[in-house]
Design a protein around this ligand. Structure first.
Ligand code: ADP
Ligand code: MG
Length: 638
């Protein structure tokens, strides 16, 4: 009998499948089971609308039979079945409506390969069988028909359809599994435990039972006349088992799900041994329809801040997994969220256009982003202790979010941030900080350093605290960037206490400062000369209160940034233009002045180097020559 040829696109696709450039060969089972489930659905629907069809929903099931001897794996259903014409048109052609779109995508397939689950995206279902089988037989009998038909193919070179016998309506998909290859283990698709695993992974929520005969190892019943020293005996029994759990948790109404069920699902699905911090169970109908169940873990996953960590939500289409980690569903700043999204709008059918999916993904992603934010805000307001836990685990990620993408997520994230408050001695939100602000306070103040204790002792901090203003103590590397990223909220700017204009001066204060600077000029010049190019400028400080000296930066690179760059880049860091600030009212300044007035250059040089070293230490920057500094200090003792 002459073989019939596949339609052109089908042929192209078959080539792709067989020489499979795609890594997930295992999805063939999901595809065949989904088709079987569709067939059961169609029959169930028929029985509702057509009085002559009499089926009990309870009888509908999908049967899996592996046979290692013959290398045959059979997937059977008792659904609607296919007529001869159905076989020809359904399995002889693919993607009639969407083939143009599909071809355009294929043109880009080199890029797409490995990156996306192509089959999941395009739902080319049935053909995926050829990834693992070198011969496929389909025996089908349509409901209401007496005759059955057998479709057979070895792949790209065509197919045959012949008449055959079949006892009951439905379809058997019979795969002759390929021989093992060097780089591919096909044997596993005949192993019951592997098949069980795949069904659990991809088809757990198919609404019909998926049954397979599995071996169970169990203890024999103890005989009545068992002797005293009876030892239990074990036996292997074969039994038919339903492998899928059938009702997805997320499809159930919230009120019908117990907290333990939410937690158990999370732990099993996302391999965490701890309960999640919180769960968000939500759904939407309208432009897109979906159900989602999102979790926020309690602890930072061990690989969270590494390249290995992949963000994403599991994407289901009516209970069938189509993508394990759909990254597009989560913005980076919420990449710690785990969960599932189920939307019938993502059909497994290829005729859906891919672009349309992208739009739907965007709509869902932005709705979920809002949900997550609201959940966190509610937690922040109603269960602060829990929120602090969340903040410890993922706060840094939110800060990265503020800084990334040119600050475009600032609006979403600013309400969620916490910083250490000098006034509260605890974390504060920016809103609470704002509420406590005295009316005359011009800025949100912050100070960066290694620890809260160290920051509190910074000489620059004193004058701000003395005014009764609160300071946000920032101890993370990213904080300085976060503050610069936030820039302002409702017109109020963020200001580092190390900036000269952090406290606005009155005209009188300005004048007094200028006079002081003028009077100090000879000292400043002498110190600058002694430091020999190590600092850009030496100035009389207007930001010190009791401290003798500190370091500031002039220009775009702040001291905090330099410190950060040193950490991440090592070697040759970006350097701030350094300014040594001296307190003209301090005793050391008086000592300096005395030496300058006396023309004692050696002493001036010694004092200048000492003060500069103090300023570096306070700024947490390394001394260029610690040995020289030690000598210098020791020389004062003699
Ligand atoms: P899709 O499922 O996206 O339509 P497939 O390639 O998986 O694409 O299947 C093609 C078509 O073949 C299905 O739409 C269906 O009409 C038919 N088909 C496949 N498997 C079965 C089955 N087990 N029973 C009845 N029809 C089937
Ligand atoms: Mg299908």
């Amino acid at each position: 009998m002459a073989k019939k040829q596949f339609k052109a696109e089908s042929k192209r696709l078959l080539d792709l499948m067989v020489n499979s450039i795609y890594t997930h060969k295992e999805i063939f089972l999901r595809e065949l089971i989904s088709n079987a489930s569709d067939a059961e659905d169609k029959l169930a629907y028929k029985s509702l609308t057509d009085g002559s069809v009499d089926v009990k929903r309870a009888d509908l099931k999908i049967t899996i039979v592996p046979d290692k001897e013959t290398r045959i794996l059979t997937v059977s259903d008792n659904g609607v079945g296919m007529s001869k014409e159905d076989l020809e048109s359904n399995l002889g052609t693919i993607a009639r409506s969407g083939s143009g779109q599909f071809k355009a995508e294929l043109a880009e397939d080199d890029k797409a390969a490995g990156k996306i689950d192509v089959i999941g995206q395009f739902g080319v279902g049935f053909y995926s069988a050829f990834m693992v089988a070198d011969h496929v037989t389909v025996i089908s009998r349509a409901w209401g028909a007496e005759e059955a038909w057998m479709w057979q193919s070895d792949g790209a070179d065509g197919y045959t359809v012949t008449a055959c016998e079949k006892e009951a309506p439905g379809t058997d998909i019979i795969l002759h599994i390929r021989a093992n290859a060097d780089d591919e283990n096909y044997d596993q698709y005949l192993e019951t435990h592997k098949l069980q695993e795949l069904i659990k992974k991809y088809s757990d929520y198919i609404r019909y039972p998926i049954v397979m005969e599995v071996e169970d190892y169990r203890m024999k019943d103890k005989p009545e006349d068992a002797p005293e020293d009876y030892k239990p005996e074990w036996e292997t029994v074969k039994e038919w088992k339903t492998l899928n759990s059938m009702v997805p948790l997320w499809q159930r109404p919230k009120s019908k799900v117990e907290p333990e069920e939410y937690n158990a699902f999370y732990k099993e699905k996302f391999n965490d041994w701890q309960d999640p911090l919180t769960v968000i169970h939500t759904s939407a109908e309208g432009a897109v329809t979906y159900k989602a169940m999102l979790y926020i873990p309690e602890k930072t996953p061990y690989d969270f801040y590494t390249r290995e960590y992949q963000k994403g939500l599991q994407l289901y289409s009516s209970g069938v997994l189509i993508m394990d980690k759909c990254a597009d569903l989560l913005p980076d700043h919420f990449r710690f969220v785990k969960g599932v999204v189920d939307s019938a709008d993502f059909s497994l059918n290829i005729s859906r256009e891919v672009l349309q999916h992208t739009r739907q993904l965007k709509v869902i992603a932005s709705a979920l982003e809002k949900k997550i934010k609201n959940e966190l805000l509610t937690m922040q307001k109603e269960d602060r202790e829990k929120y602090e836990k969340f903040w410890t685990a993922f706060g840094t990620q939110l800060k990265y979010g503020v800084v990334s993408d040119y600050g475009q997520h600032k609006e979403v994230l600013q309400d969620l941030l916490l910083f250490w408050s000098s006034k509260e001695g605890a974390n504060t939100t920016l809103a609470a900080y704002k509420d406590r602000m005295p009316e005359d306070q011009p800025y949100y103040y912050y100070a960066c350093g290694e620890s809260v204790e160290k920051i509190a002792k910074l000489p620059q901090v004193e004058r701000i605290l003395d005014k009764g203003y609160e300071i946000l103590y920032c101890t993370e590397d990213v904080d300085d960037f976060v503050m610069k990223g936030l820039r302002e909220i409702d017109g109020k700017e963020f200001k580092s206490v190390t900036e000269e204009d952090a406290l606005p001066q009155t005209e009188e204060e300005k004048k007094a400062a200028e006079e002081k600077a003028e009077a100090g000029k000879p000292v400043l010049e002498a110190v600058k000369e002694a430091l020999d190019g190590q600092v850009k400028e030496v100035r009389v400080s207007s930001i010190l209160k009791s401290g003798a000296c500190c370091l500031s930066a002039d220009g775009p690179v702040s001291i905090e940034m330099e410190r950060y760059m040193r950490k991440v880049e090592g070697g040759q860091p970006m350097k701030a233009d350094r300014v040594l600030e001296l307190n003209a009212d301090s005793a050391p300044f008086a000592a300096l002045k005395k030496a300058v007035d006396a023309g004692d250059k050696d002493t001036v040089a010694k004092y200048a180097r000492l003060l500069y070293a103090q300023a570096l230490l306070l700024a947490d920057l390394p001394l260029e020559d610690p040995a020289e500094y030690t000598e210098l200090v020791c020389s004062l003792m003699i």
